[in-house]
Design a protein around this ligand. Structure first.
Ligand code: AMP
Length: 115
């Protein structure tokens, strides 16, 4: 069996990070290396999906839950407008293969979106 992802370890409290919001099946944290004034991550509690394509195909309700959580943390931490980015594949800058969405708000450095 492979090692738990960094996000699973955060969820279990093995790596320090504040869980700023959660639903039954998803949680949100601040990105450790922010690329925008507001840069949050919304993450399913399960790590069984590596990317958003797998998640959408297998559990669209969980994807919708993730989008709903993104909307509520964006409303709480910014003016409610936000970008939702799923880096998909190493060539697109994905480094953690436990699906997660970047919630970006405020003025951002476009050149750094790929991680
Ligand atoms: P991606 O490159 O799309 O896979 O996104 C992974 C994100 O996780 C990057 O933006 C990292 O800055 C972020 N990250 C990595 N480790 C941590 C951590 N311990 N706490 C919060 N964010 C993290």
């Amino acid at each position: 069996m492979s090692e738990p992802s960094i996000f699973t370890r955060i969820l279990k409290g093995e790596i320090p990070s504040e869980i700023i919001a959660e639903t039954d099946n998803a949680f949100a944290i601040r990105d450790i290396a922010p690329k925008a004034p507001v840069h949050l991550l919304v993450i399913p509690k399960t790590e069984e999906y590596r990317n958003v394509v797998e998640l959408a195909a297998d559990d669209p309700d969980l994807l919708a839950e993730l989008v709903g959580l993104a909307n509520s943390v964006a409303a709480e931490h910014s003016d409610g407008d936000f970008r939702l980015v799923f880096n998909t594949g190493p060539g697109a800058g994905q480094t953690v293969f436990h699906v997660h969405a970047h919630v970006l708000a405020g003025e951002l450095d476009e050149s750094s979106l790929g991680g």
